[in-house]
Structure formats: structure tokens, C-alpha cells
Design a protein around this ligand. Sequence first.
Ligand code: G3P
Ligand code: MG
Length: 242
Amino acid sequence: MKIYAHRGASGTHPENTLAAFEEASRLAIHGVEFDVHVSKDGELVVIHDERIDRTSNGVGYVKDLTLAELRAYDYGSWFNEDFAGESIPTLEEVLKTFQHTTHHVNIELKSDVFPYEEMGEKVLYLVEKMGMADRVVISSFDHEAIRNFKRSAPHIEVAILTMEVLVDAYDYARVIPADALHIYLPTAMRKMTKDALLKGAIIRVFTVNDEDNALALEQIGVHAIFTDFPKRMKQLFDLKQA
Ligand code: G3P
Ligand code: MG
């Protein structure tokens, strides 16, 4: 089972901060996942929500604040005072953390609420500039964005995210066209997953923090899980192999 650190090592560190990514970069896991939005001045920034309220001491939409304004806030204290002063990272800073590791990097385009202009083009430019195209997966709940990205960069792996039960997930992904399906844990044990796996789909499941779920998913042939606790999940599968 391949393990991706979800929003970095977000169970033990504040999600989508350099502290969470540095921890993930130290672990011998397959990859890391994180979420990208666009600031008012067009910078790609790594944060989960459209607003900064939940994960910082500031308020407002990412799209209404410049990078300098976003940087004025603390993105660590809400999680734990030990992380006071953590900032909101740019996509470039996060990619740099993994530039010299072997981690696969799943960049989730959060354009499903606000259709950020030129987000895909900017992400593509940066990924190419940093020489990481061969180990990047671009995903989104915004399947139009995935279609457009794949058209511009057929050599880069793309995945659709879904929380729904699809009638024929494999065929749906092929039409986009997407290389992989990223499926929501509560729906992951359904026939949809097994049928798609039988047809040859690549399936990764989010967000898996429970060992029994991880083992059950491995049993049915799921390729990877996204977890907030990558260290613990890595130990589970290492022990199983030993
Ligand atoms: O990419 C997997 C997962 O991160 C999708 O959901 O809401 O955690 O970004 P979310
Ligand atoms: Mg995500």
C-alpha cells in the first residue's frame, strides 16, 4: 500500500504548513498531498479552505488577500502553540521541500468553488520549471480543470476526486480523461471501487486514519491512501511485511 501524507503530516503538524511538509519529507513514504488556491495578486498558495479563518488567526477569502496580506497571519497556533509563527506556504516553497526527495507530489487544484483564472497554467509552469513533472499528480473535484490540464500537459498524471458513488467510475475517468480516481473513504468499499479496479483503474482513497480501514482497502487492491498520520500508517505496513 502506498502512503501519501494528507495536507502534509497533518495529524501531528498544522496542515499545509512547511512544518507538516518537512515532517512528511523525512518519512520514507510514497508521497504527499496538498491543496492550492490563488491569492489576490495571482500567487499560488497552499491552504485547504477558500477562507483563512479555520487555519489561521486571520479572516477572509484567499482570493481577496495578497500574498503579503496572507503572510501577516499565523497558521500554526490554531493547531498547537508549539507551531506559532508557521506561515502560509507558496506552491514553490512546498515543491522545493520535495525537490530533492523521491516523494510523489499530489497537487490538488481547489478551483471547484472559485474558478481561479490560469491556475492550471501557473501550476504547470512551476512543475516544469522545477523538473518534477514525472512525479506529480494533479487532482481536483473540478473535473473541467482536470480535463483542461490534461489537454495542456498529456505527460503529467491527473486524477479526478469524487465523493459520489459513480455508476461506472472507470469509464467516467476515461472520458475526462483522467489517469486515476481519488475516492472518498465512506464510499470506497462499494462495488464502484471493485469494478473499477477490475477494469484496471488506479484508485487512491482519502482520508484513511484508521488501521482496519487501511488494511481492508489493501485487501481489495486499492493502490494508495491519503492519511493525516503517515508515520503510523507506514509503521503498520512495514510491520505487516516484516
Ligand atoms: O486529495 C485528497 C483529499 O485531500 C481531498 O479532500 O477536502 O481533504 O482536500 P480534501
Ligand atoms: Mg486535498
